[in-house]
Design a binder for this molecule. Sequence first.
Ligand code: BG6
Length: 476
Amino acid sequence: MSKLPDGFLWGGAVAAHQFEGGWQADGKGISIADVMTVGDNKTERQITDGVQPGQNYPNHDAIDFYGHYKADVKLFAELGLKCFRTSIAWTRIFPNGDEDEPNEAGLQFYDNLFDELHKYGIEPVITLSHFEMPYHLVTEYGGWRSRKMIDFFTKFATVVFKRYRNKVKYWMTFNEINNQSGMLNKWSLFTNSGLLAKPGEDIERTMYQASHYETVASALAVQIGHKINPDFQIGAMFSIGPAYPLTPDPRNMMKSERAMQASQWYADVQCKGKYPAWLTKYFERKGYDLDITLADLDVLKAGTVDYIGFSYYASHVVQAVPDEAEDYMTRDAKTDVPNPTLKASEWGWMIDPVGLRYALNWFSDRYDLPLFIVENGLGAFDKVEGGQIHDDYRISYLREHIKQMELAVNVDGVNLMGYTPWGFIDLVSAGTGQMDKRYGMIYVDKNDAGTGTMKRMKKDSFAWYHKVIETNGADL
Ligand code: BG6
């Protein structure tokens, strides 16, 4: 197998709310993740009205990285990580989101964490907002449906950019900003934008408005960050699940194209600095008179990102239905069908390594920017047998995806900065709130009920990934 370029950023990815715990430590405020209960692959997580007694909120304690960070970072160094992707919990810095002054204890925690990482030569890769805005901004302002959010976010970004200007070089603004468009489900609207639908509200319109404010906030953050430190690399972050046409019927191809456009238009705005024509037409047809000012459009142009970070887990299949609308926008159980050529994970996610190569080519061709795979992995049940965890299924998933990634670099010429598998230390699932949906190479003894010793153990994939990093991807 071929190798990757020197300096390739092999790493691992997590997000603050899914692994830090310490939900009230040192002045932290309540985040939107703190009002989401546990679920499983059949039961949805509930969003409660504030923190309610008697509920199981898995993110409150998570795996208590907050209390274990020194020992954990040592283990990350042993794994051989060159970089570590996490997010800054907005609520540690601005507990309610609309304060004038930041919380010093929260800022100090990330100083300590970044110092600890640098001690071992691990480069931090930081997402500013990963599904964890202050809950107070939802109850007081309605989340990102309010333009005021732009100021709250840019203030937060300015504070952390200044504070960590010599400790962090790689940043991303909003995690998987595009989830809200593709699925239009309750969970994505809440985790992306803090949106809770009001009775009678056209939530699709609100989603487009919120998304617009977020892209403006992101573009402002890019400009502010570059002024604070011109060496900053500030990226966008999208989820991509290629939508393949079910058959060669041209209508299915059109369906596939529109499905990709509808979920990836954020990349046009954040990478090219402008709205795509088809979406402007869609707004007109729907009568969506959105608050998009000329000044906003200038901000978008001036604040394009330096690179594309993206997550890839699975692909999808779509088909046009007999009564398909002219705009091909509808997505439902009739248009989204299983892929007969692939197997699925235990959570129903299609396992498709070639789809990763396709995604890399897709972004590379359209945006001609450096790419960074900042999430990829297999959520699975693990068994502890005599103190060991033999996760050959996870090794096989990662190996096949890395092979395709290497083909994209060495055969297709994609400019790829790095690869950070998701949840390399077990953590709370964002979608289901489970601990038992595990992605890690490091096992954490905690289960869905919230009990366990929190002990960390190396799975078989730990030694395997260590070797992959050591050989720069040559020995898979
Ligand atoms: C991405 C998110 O959607 O996928 C992560 O950025 C999330 O936060 C990951 O954890 C895997 O999804 P899940 O639902 O299995 O945790």
